[in-house]
Design a protein around this ligand. Sequence first.
Ligand SMILES: NC(=O)c1ccc[n+]([C@@H]2O[C@H](COP(=O)([O-])OP(=O)(O)OC[C@H]3O[C@@H](n4cnc5c(N)ncnc54)[C@H](O)[C@@H]3O)[C@@H](O)[C@H]2O)c1
Length: 273
Amino acid sequence: MRRFTEKTALVTGGAHGIGFACARRLAAEGATVAIADVDMDAAADAASAVNDVTHEHSAFAVACDVTQRDSVEQAVAAVVERCSRLDVLVSNVGIASAVRFADTDDAEWNRQLDPTLTGSMRVIRAALPHLLEAPGGGAVVATASVNGLIACGGVAYSAAKAGVINAIKNLAAEFGANARGTVGADRGWVRFNAVAPGTTETRAWTDRGAEGEREMREFAALTAMGRPGLPDEIAAAVAFLASSDASWITGVALPVDGGLTVGPLAQVLAHDA
Ligand SMILES: NC(=O)c1ccc[n+]([C@@H]2O[C@H](COP(=O)([O-])OP(=O)(O)OC[C@H]3O[C@@H](n4cnc5c(N)ncnc54)[C@H](O)[C@@H]3O)[C@@H](O)[C@H]2O)c1
């Protein structure tokens, strides 16, 4: 499948984990991909790794800190200057913390809310004028989380992810086909969707050593499918929502979670079967 031939995609937090998998997938399907990350060395390595696999020079690194408006605007401008268009935005940065709610002061609350919710909106706001010019319509896919749908722990992070999901719905309504009063126009509208990953095997867990690994496996064991997800499995859903295969889907938050959200009895029912 090459659903993104001639298209340009921008992936924030694209140097590692789920964002990197999204960059790989979009590039493999023909997109020119800007890997935008605060970790510029890792972003450059990620771009080389993508180009090694695709045998094209379709991925490149862009410095971007989603907590800084100037940085976000410069990153978007650099992509448009280089590619002359922007069709797809994967807004993927999110920061969680193990700090308990009772110990969460305003600074800690903002440390999670700012990159996860406000940062995502900063990127969308900067990209929007260009996405509205995308032939065939622009597409935004935000990486939310099951935390934005149900109680999974982490009050600030979860509130931020719930905020992302609601913002996506409102943006879908605001910038749908009627954005410029022309239903069925070739451009002038953007589809907004989110994925809500469950426990996914990235450095967010594995960098915490044996304890992170154990916690990841324990959480995953509670799901219908009993295992953590892989970044590529999230990327497949992101690519679908960003593609014309999802041409009549906007405003959804798609759980990609191995059945984490099917209900609390998933494992009991599995044992009874
Ligand atoms: N891993 C999971 O289990 C899981 C589950 C649900 C949702 N998510 C969400 O998926 C997204 C990606 O998570 P991941 O597990 O792949 O994480 P990761 O740590 O593997 O990758 C995150 C990337 O974001 C970059 N980044 C961090 N702060 C940034 C900033 N201010 N500006 C630009 N880039 C920044 C990092 O450098 C890194 O490349 C996040 O939004 C996260 O909340 C992850």
